[in-house]
Design a protein. Structure first.
Lengths: 343, 320
């Protein structure tokens, strides 16, 4: 089996789920799959999904790495709010765009490193360690915006959220580009392998010479960096920093995306691509509900129902059943063949 | 920063009051929910301004969204022997015991902007807006504005199941009932936020033939309307002309949009709940005149004709 079919087999459940969901939505809402060009940019619900998935997709990249180290990062929704607030403040104070971007990314990385210190140095359990920033982060963001929705009018910065380049919306470049860069960095070097080793057994990995502490720091820092990019997109999109609501509960969507992507919360083996497809599945459901015209009371029930089906199909119990059916069939064939032979 | 400023102003107010006002001036305790939204901050600012204007000493307690903090603050006010207590209750149940304590001490209690499930004799009056009426004002404005033309409306609801979302939807439907040419074609929740308002509006535009069939947006709050305006602009349409925008709350940012011609109307949820409350209180203390159990605040309609830029400037400093 070559590399490509192996990859395809790993991603098959997620791809199938995504295809089925898109198919069902297009039955409910005709014209859902149409993509046209309007005002020189791609236009359609599918493009909306790719654009609106940007924040969760970015968070998912970082979250996959953190979960692979057997950790979890609950703080990224709050980090979105902090970085958004920082970016909006700097923009409205008239700082040039490169400075704004650099400082916001720096703040995101700093938040990640703070989590890294708590987890890697002080050995606090990740769920508790990152809960601290999850709770405190929105307060910090509110201090920065002084409790209001801080609006600004800057076309270059807001292009990060709503602009387009060569017909493709910029948020798509940002999340695909970030995912590719981090994916290549992790998988073209031994880093990914070492992260998996740390996640499976940190002590054993350390004893074998892996610098587990450094890897933990990097994972949380990357998570913070991804949240910072997501924060800038969210802020640029509405031309304002909403400390109360920016990125609210997105950390949970990111965890869900990782789980739908088939990476275990117990750490170890991970696939960023599968997690990203998970993020697209979640956003497809969200956008699908909006265009389908169901009353909003059904939103969460529909979402939960679809997620349960996707997760059930991936569960080990179902895999065993499928394996059993396959094996009995093969067994039948063999028996049959054997009988033929004896005749 | 803000807190320090507040503290400084409060200290200044106390100083002037202590020196200048005679012994008969009132002391009122105010238990505020917190500062979770700009509107809430504006309500706090206006309450302080109203108290200052009337020479009332205001003791302010921020409950940070917790009922236990509010109950503690109310007990504190009772112990200090204040003349009256204002409460913006965070939840609707669990107030009976502490309100009885206030009643035993003969301290009148006035509820601000939310009602509670306690017996009516435990509080003097409640000053709130009528959320159904707010929706109705918005609906009636739209009915008048479109006249007899056919009009497809998309609705951006508040958080599903929340009382403003339910009531503002109901009121709007009442407002447009007489006009059979107006129809709500799509209705989804935008969670009262700009981001979701924009995302939902994008989908509505795609689902309704590129937005050309949509005649108006009705948003349960201004923030979602601001998000919808951006979505409409990005779809290459003109908000305010191609698609009319009507919303509720009257926060400063919507006046900016109105000044640019991108929003058409907003119904004010006034943050000045303290003014009517102090009026009722002063009348009650002067000649024991019991006010009505419910004082409804005005739900004022603002349109582009009302000099939106001037209102924006006036509202900007209130802490929204």
């Amino acid at each position: 089996m070559n590399w490509f079919t192996r990859r395809l087999r790993r991603l098959a459940p997620q791809l199938a789920a995504l295809a089925i969901i898109l198919g069902v939505i297009s039955l409910v809402a005709p014209g859902f799959l149409t993509v046209s060009v309007q005002n020189g940019r791609l236009y359609g619900s599918l493009i909306d999904i790719l654009v609106r998935a940007a924040p969760v997709a970015l968070l998912t990249v970082g979250m996959t790495l953190v979960i692979a180290t057997r950790g979890i990062d609950l703080s990224i929704g709050a980090v979105i709010a902090i970085c958004g607030a920082v970016a909006a403040t700097l923009i409205s104070d008239g700082y040039p765009l490169p400075v704004v971007i650099a400082v916001s990314l720096g703040v995101g990385i700093a938040c990640g490193l703070w989590n890294g210190v708590l987890v890697a140095v002080l050995d606090i359990q990740p769920i508790i360690a990152t809960l601290i920033l999850m709770v405190a982060g929105r307060g910090i963001a509110q201090l920065i915006t002084e409790g209001v929705i801080l609006t600004f009018n800057d076309d270059t910065f807001s292009a990060l959220g709503s602009g387009a380049l060569a017909g493709i919306p910029i948020p798509i470049y940002l999340w695909v580009g970030t995912a590719l860069a981090i994916g290549l960095l992790i998988r073209r070097t031994a880093l990914g392998f070492l992260i998996e080793a740390t996640g499976i057994n940190r002590r054993a990995a350390s004893l074998a010479g892996v610098r587990a502490r450094f890897l933990l720091f990097s994972a949380y820092a990357i998570s913070g960096l991804c949240a910072a990019i997501a924060g800038m997109i969210v802020t640029a999109d509405i031309r304002g920093a909403d400390a109360n609501n920016a990125g609210l509960w997105l950390e949970l969507d990111a965890i869900l995306a990782v789980v739908v992507g088939g990476t275990s919360l117990n750490g170890g083996r991970f696939s960023i691509t599968a997690s990203l497809i998970g993020a697209l599945i979640i956003q497809s459901i969200n956008t699908g509900i909006l265009v389908s015209g169901f009353p909003p009371e059904f939103n969460l029930i529909i979402k939960a129902g679809i997620i349960i089906v996707v997760l059930t199909l991936q569960s080990p119990a179902i895999a065993t059943v499928f394996g059993f059916i396959k094996a009995t069939r093969r067994g039948d064939k063999l028996n049959h063949g054997a009988k033929e032979a004896t005749r | 920063m803000k807190k320090a400023l507040f503290a400084a102003t409060a200290a200044a107010i106390f100083a002037t009051l202590a020196s200048g006002v005679s012994a008969q001036s009132l002391t009122v305790g105010f238990s505020q929910i917190g500062s979770e939204s700009g509107w809430r901050a504006a309500e706090t600012t206006l309450t302080k301004q109203q108290a200052e204007k009337r020479g009332i000493t205001l003791k302010f307690a921020d409950a940070q969204q917790k009922q236990e903090n509010q109950i503690k603050a109310i007990r504190g006010f009772i112990a200090q022997g204040v003349d009256a207590i204002l409460i913006a209750p965070v939840v609707s149940t669990g107030w009976d015991a502490v309100l009885k304590e206030a009643k035993e001490e003969k301290i009148p209690v006035i509820l601000l902007d939310r009602e509670i499930d306690s017996p009516k004799d435990l509080f003097l009056t409640a000053v709130t807006s009528d959320q159904v009426y707010e929706g109705k004002v918005a609906g009636e404005w739209l009915a008048k504005d479109v006249g007899s033309k056919d009009c497809k409306v998309v609705e951006l609801q508040g958080t599903t199941g929340s009382s403003p979302a339910i009531n503002r939807k109901k009121g709007f439907e009442e407002g447009i009932k007489a006009a059979s040419n107006i129809k709500i074609v799509r209705s989804q929740t935008g969670d009262f936020t700009r981001t979701k308002g924009k995302e939902v509006m994008e989908s509505f535009i795609k689902a309704e033939g590129g937005g050309k069939d949509i005649c108006a947006v009705y948003a349960h709050n201004d923030d979602m309307a601001v998000g919808a305006i951006q979505a409409i602009k990005e779809a290459g349409l003109k908000p305010g002309t191609d698609i009319k925008i009507v919303s509720i709350d009257a926060v400063p940012d919507i006046f900016q949009a109105m000044a640019k011609g991108e929003a058409n109307a907003t119904v004010e949820l006034t943050p000045d709940m303290a003014g009517p409350a102090f009026d009722a209180l002063e009348a009650y203390l002067k000649d024991k005149k019991e006010p009505k159990k419910w004082i409804q605040t005005e739900s004022k309609l603002y349109t582009q004709k009302d000099d939106p830029m001037k209102i924006y400037e006036a509202k900007k400093g209130l802490g929204y």
